[in-house]
Design a protein around this ligand. Structure first.
Ligand SMILES: NC(=O)c1ccc[n+]([C@@H]2O[C@H](COP(=O)([O-])OP(=O)(O)OC[C@H]3O[C@@H](n4cnc5c(N)ncnc54)[C@H](O)[C@@H]3O)[C@@H](O)[C@H]2O)c1
Length: 253
């Protein structure tokens, strides 16, 4: 699998932290050239620097994925620098504040939908245009188990991730004949800064979440990265439109 990603040009959004950062490291380790996009300029630059210090190739482009002009310019920059875009991991996301449906705020709704839904759609839009023009590519979107099931006190987040699943499946059938594969990963609670924030804010809820996972532990970002690399690789060449759960058995219950 590793060899099929060598020298591939791969975009990772949300590459300044958590799952995106660890996936960027894993991609660079197998010889991919990694373009990173994030609103966190310090974190994005740090990810790129670590990759370069380890002998890999990385380019950080500060980007707000909710802004169409910024996403279009991101893809243009990648193409002008490397000539193509082989794979894209649309992973940038925000969780919002835990609140039941009747207590959620309009500001939270707008922010979560702008990043998690509009951001993924905008990235797909410009990535797919390039991938169709060059004759193929592979996209992986980060959904969540909250894209498959309801999520208590995270209703807007769950709605945004269900929408990511809908976008993934729809685009997969639209572009299958064009050689563009589009899949989603659906992690359960995974140890990243996003979850450290949750552990600090609502520790009892997080402990209940851990106990609800059959394997009795949270995921590790390296475990999500491994699935993403596999979905990008030629080993997954007949797989498109799938939602791959990485959840210690959570959704099997
Ligand atoms: N950690 C989990 O338990 C878990 C579970 C399921 C799904 N996910 C999803 O995984 C993805 C990565 O989350 P994480 O846990 O690594 O969180 P994280 O907070 O560590 O990383 C998210 C990254 O997205 C970036 N980002 C936020 N808004 C952005 C914007 N407008 N434009 C560009 N970048 C932006 C942040 O700056 C950050 O670097 C998210 O889509 C999240 O919803 C996480």
């Amino acid at each position: 699998m590793s060899e099929t990603l060598r020298d591939k040009i791969v975009l990772v959004t949300g590459g300044a932290s958590g799952i995106g950062r660890v996936t960027a490291y894993a991609l660079a380790q197998v010889g991919a050239v990694v373009a990173l996009a994030d609103v966190d300029e310090a974190g994005g630059a740090e990810t790129a620097q670590v990759i370069q210090e380890r002998g890999g190739q990385a380019l950080f482009v500060p980007t707000d994925v909710g802004n169409a002009a910024a996403v279009q310019s991101l893809i243009t920059q990648i193409i002008s620098q490397y000539g193509r875009l082989d794979c894209a991991f649309n992973n940038a996301g925000v969780e919002g504040l835990p609140n039941r449906t009747a207590d959620a705020t309009e500001a939270d709704f707008d922010h979560i939908m702008r990043v998690n839904l509009k951001g993924v759609w905008l990235c797909m839009k410009y990535e797919i245009q390039q991938m169709v023009a060059q004759g193929g590519g592979a996209i992986v979107n980060t959904a969540s188990v909250a894209g498959l099931l309801g999520a208590h006190s995270l209703p807007i987040y769950a709605a945004s991730k269900h929408a990511v699943v809908g976008l993934t499946k729809s685009a997969a059938i639209e572009y299958a004949k064009k050689g563009v594969r589009i899949n989603a990963v659906c992690p359960t609670v995974t140890r990243t800064p996003m979850i450290e924030r949750g552990l600090a804010a609502i520790p009892e809820f997080m402990e209940a979440a851990r106990r609800a996972i059959p394997m009795q532990r949270f995921g590790e970002p390296e475990e999500i990265a491994a699935a993403v690399l596999w979905l990008f690789s030629d080993d997954a060449r007949f797989i498109t439109g799938t939602t791959l759960t990485i959840d210690g058995g959570f959704t099997a219950q």
